[in-house]
Design a protein around this ligand. Sequence first.
Ligand code: MRU
Length: 365
Amino acid sequence: MKVAGVPYRAIFTEGDGTEVRVIDQTLLPHRFETIRLDSTADAARAIRDMVVRGAPLIGATAAYGVAFAMRTDSSDASLGRAMALLASTRPTAVNLRWALDAAAALLRPLPPSERADAAYDFAAQLCEDDVRRNRTIGEHGLRIFREIASRAGKGGTSRELNVMTHCNAGWLATVDWGTATAPMYLAHDQGLPVHVWVRETRPRFQGAGLTTWELGQHGVPHTLVSDNAAGHLLSSGKVDLVIVGTDRTTAGGDVANKVGTYPLALAARDNGVPFYVAAPSPSIDWSIEDGASIPIEQRDPDEVTRVWGVDEEGVERRVTVVPEGTRAANYAFDVTPRRLVTGLVTEKGVCAAEGAALNRMFDRG
Ligand code: MRU
């Protein structure tokens, strides 16, 4: 997607395809800077510190992390060390493990002399696949948007389709397009009037800082609301559908996503508002059935007790918002049970959030 009119991806290469750059998402929306990643340690740090974040982008960055390791030492031991380091960075998004396992399955049978080139090719292909997958999710999601718009008599010029989202499942969270945002961009580009309610997404403000920024860059109309406003908007008929991303969808259809997704799904259900999850296949964990088995990341409580922003003079500041010494807990994700999910929007199409439907969609015996 575009930044000030210039096409960007959240991760991209320059030169011969081995110079890897990412957008530093810890600085947005106040500063747009890209940084170069040049080692496995760089990639691991970028994931852990959320310079890059969002399940698909974490997977893509990890793939390049493996390639960096193979460039300096292509032995089995080096591959094992790189995988262990990268896998330890963030526990919830299964795309990380998916990318590492796929890289290892490709590289292990190869002679060490061929591994570096193969690893870079693999990472580049993973990025291209991500873009294609997200674009397809956008097309399936757009059909849902059109259907809901026509049911509600919208889609003309009179009133917009009001979509609510949580966190940032946008192009910044992927290589391009985003998952939950892909249908928003397509709708907007194709003239279906869409307006997005963006939840701020405490504590790290991925909604307030990132989703508003990327929708704004593309010209998609949106309004920021506090997380707590969602119930009111849903109950007063101001939301036609909710669509969010996922960090891990179980084989049974439960969905782990940014903390706050579960209460949003509850409020949507109570008000009869469709609640969709944009779920690319690499975020499906076929090895577990029940969402209770998903590891939930706990991050530094500092992210809850302090906020970062720019003051009236334009100076970046981090300020504390609690009494000194307050104990805080920072759960980064929650699990939305399948019963609250209207449908999973995958690259293969839209299906019910349940095991049999997922198996059929992905042709799994
Ligand atoms: O902690 P984050 O910012 O990495 O969490 C991101 C989310 O929860 C996204 O909704 C999810 O990764 C899907 S991104 C297409």
